[in-house]
Design a protein around this ligand. Structure first.
Ligand code: CA
Length: 700
């Protein structure tokens, strides 16, 4: 999660006031001679009505607005005595060709207007406080120089690829099947068949992979059937040198310029418009292929404390402890102070900007537990109002790495507060994840599918989206639950299963039969839980990082998708593909209303590692099956599981024949099949380490 210290040259002149805020006794200088003498006093002031009355600015025009005949610079810097704008003809020019003092306005705003388009010019600001100047780029900038140290004036309409004006997300699909992908991972492998110049870049999404005989790249995604791609951070981050070589790698959880796409995924970093255009081309290509796009956003901390936000308003954007040290609930050295008015405005405006300008369809919030319930609900409300209810998806990690001093009167967007979150805001379910495959922290600790004991109850709770109070929280609706067993953090599913089932000496490249079965059962389980489906790219072909559980900067070779595995593990890929197709067909599993939990009935534990339940599959949209019956058998032997007696009765009462035809729609070897179930005297046979999903055909 936490990046290495970045490029020293990125930030340039850190400025003469270095550290002045950080000493508890030094006081902060606030315009209009308001001086606070302690950190506690400052923190209270930042969250006060008094502060808001003087400095809260709700305009949506901060940054450099550029049109044909005008460019307007607006900056929010409430404690400065003077702001100067400096203009450069390119991103690396040593000298500014123009330095001009800005006009102070109300609410801490500084403004400067030019009666011409300055599209393509670069700029920064000198923030003067207490007679000393600090250089900063613009935190509201929409463009930047290579490595992001200087901002760029951009007329955004000039960055649209052909046809972007009419680009639209594909219509809302039957189900949210979310595929977590890193842009570089997607195409870095030579065997992706993506042209070399585009490998690891935004552009890789716009061309077919030419392998000759197996689908890769976009063709593969389409064939897999996923409905959302969730892309790891692609705002401008600081841990990769954009002027450096292609062998660098980072997940990108270290924001520098929040409203600018990352440059290392662009084919040219010298011209700041290229990254914008190519990022839009990627999104446009995904949309054209029927896939919606989710952006991973990291508003809980910045690449380093000495950020543009900090330089614009020292101390305001971060949480400090009373001793003057930075709060560190993010484990990345600084926590953004969500809960203060201008911090919340910044985050909400940034989300709205990506949704509007880049047509992003959803946002995944890193360490959402450091943000507030109030802010998350506000963002959902603004998105719903602008784009239609539920059109944009929000979900996040409902936890933090450590405690953080939240603003008084706010609620942390943590799991325990799920019931206060809007029912459209999802939370990753670590409870589901750990029940299925075991702890993410202890490699050897198993879950339900790989030998864990006493997990039957937890599995039945997971099935019902934890709505029945099975864990230490109560969601408002199953629609809030994001079901998953692997993501970029921690071991891949394959590695976790290999380690827990074969020990540390195991060979990650060997196709163990028992691991394959456990992998299938794990997928079978979370694909039949209420909520949303999420998986890490490559989980469907046994993705391995050879036991590496934190590969954030491990190099592209260990991180990239290895496309030959889609062939080697073709059986597993087909199984996932089948589960995806099947899930979309079953309204009883796609239900995102608060009533979804009530569809789950007759949860039963038959023995160690064996559970079953029924799902009411009736819905307004037609489905051939009215009822579903599901069994998970994680034990070592075959089980014959009886259908619930009361169920047989209800068929009779409804006037239907008791010769109801039950069809097998999935079992341990095939998903999305359809063949008549054959019952024995004892019930339906379920093979060891597998599941079975039966559907009762309507009207038979
Ligand atoms: Ca960057």
């Amino acid at each position: 999660m936490c990046p290495e210290a970045g490029l020293a040259e990125l930030y340039g002149n850190r400025g003469a006031c270095k550290g002045s805020f950080l000493l508890p006794c030094s006081g902060i200088f606030v315009r209009r001679e308001k001086v606070k003498n302690s950190i506690a006093e400052s923190m209270a002031f930042f969250a006060s009505k008094e502060f808001d009355a003087d400095f809260r600015y709700d305009g949506k025009d901060l940054g450099a607005g550029c049109r044909d005949n005008s460019t307007v610079f607006r900056a929010w810097s409430p404690f400065a005595e003077k702001l100067e704008l400096r203009l450069y003809r390119d991103g690396t020019a040593k000298e500014a060709f123009l330095v001009k003092e800005m006009q102070a306005e109300e609410k801490g705003i500084w403004r400067l207007e030019f009666p011409e388009s300055l599209h393509g010019m670069y700029y920064d600001y000198l923030v003067w406080t207490d007679g000393k100047a600090v250089r900063t780029a613009d935190p509201y900038a929409v463009g930047c120089s290579c490595n992001g140290g200087r901002s760029m004036v951009v007329d955004l309409r000039k960055t649209d690829p052909a046809g972007f004006e009419s680009d639209q997300a594909p219509a809302a699909c039957e189900e949210r099947i979310i595929y977590e992908l890193h842009i570089k991972d997607f195409s870095y492998d030579v065997q992706s068949g993506i042209p070399q110049a585009y490998r690891g870049k935004y552009k890789a999404f716009t061309v077919p992979g030419e392998t000759g005989w197996y689908p890769t790249g976009m063709e593969y995604l389409k064939k897999l059937g996923i409905t959302y791609v969730h892309l790891l951070p692609f705002f401008d981050y600081g841990s990769v040198d954009e002027a450096g070589d292609d062998g660098q790698f980072n997940w990108g959880y270290d924001p520098v310029n929040y409203n600018v796409p990352e440059g290392s995924y662009a084919t040219d970093t010298k011209d700041g418009t290229v990254r914008i255009r190519e990022c839009k081309e990627m999104i446009q290509a995904l949309h054209k292929n029927g896939i919606r796009v989710i952006m991973d956003v990291v508003y809980n901390h910045t690449h380093q404390e000495d950020s543009w936000l900090q330089r614009m308003a020292p101390g305001y954007y971060y949480r400090y402890r009373e001793d003057g040290s930075l709060a560190n609930g993010s484990a990345c050295g600084n926590d953004i102070a969500a809960g203060r008015s201008m911090v919340d405005n910044y985050i909400a405006d940034s989300v709205m900007y990506w949704a509007r300008e880049y047509h992003i369809d959803g946002f995944r919030f890193d360490l959402m537990g450091l943000l507030t319930v109030e802010l998350m609900n506000r963002i959902q409300g603004e998105l719903d109002e602008a784009f239609g209810k539920g059109e944009k998806l929000l979900y996040g990690e409902p936890w933090s790495a450590d405690d953080s001093p939240m603003e008084k009167g706010t609620k942390a967007a943590q799991k325990r507060n799920a019931g206060y979150l809007h029912d459209g805001i999802g939370i990753f379910s670590d409870d589901t994840r750990d029940a299925i495959k075991g702890s993410v922290f202890y490699a050897e600790e198993p879950g339900f599918v790989n030998g864990g004991e006493g997990l039957e109850k937890a599995i039945l709770h997971a099935v019902a989206g934890w709505k029945n109070g099975g864990a230490a929280f109560e969601p408002r609706s199953c629609s809030q639950i994001v079901n998953y067993v692997s993501a970029h953090d921690n071991f891949t599913l394959w590695d976790k299963l290999v380690l827990s089932m074969h020990g540390e000496e195991a060979d990650f490249d060997r196709q163990y039969g028992d691991v394959l079965a456990a992998n299938k059962l794990a997928a079978f389980i979370y694909f039949t839980c209420q909520g949303n489906v999420f998986f890490q790219a490559g989980e469907e072909f046994g993705r391995t990082k050879h036991g590496e559980d934190n590969s954030y900067c491990s190099g592209p070779e260990i991180n990239m998708l290895q496309w030959r595995r889609t062939i080697e593990y073709g059986e597993l890929v087909d199984y996932y593909r089948g589960l995806i197709r099947l899930r979309k067909k079953l309204p009883g599993l796609c239900d995102k209303t608060p009533a979804a939990a009530e569809r789950i009935m007759d949860g039963k534990i038959h023995g160690e590692g064996v559970v079953s339940f029924r799902i009411d599959n009736r819905a307004s949209r037609p489905s051939p099956w009215e009822e579903l019956f599901i069994v998970y058998n994680a034990s070592d032997r075959e089980w014959n599981v009886r259908m619930p007696e009361q169920e047989v009765r209800s068929f009779k009462e409804s006037g239907e024949t008791d010769q109801a035809v039950w069809e097998i729609l999935a079992d341990g070897s095939e998903a999305d099949c359809c063949r008549e179930a054959e019952f024995t005297e004892e019930g339906i046979p379920v093979a060891p380490h597998s599941g079975v999903l039966l559907g009762r055909r309507k009207g038979m």
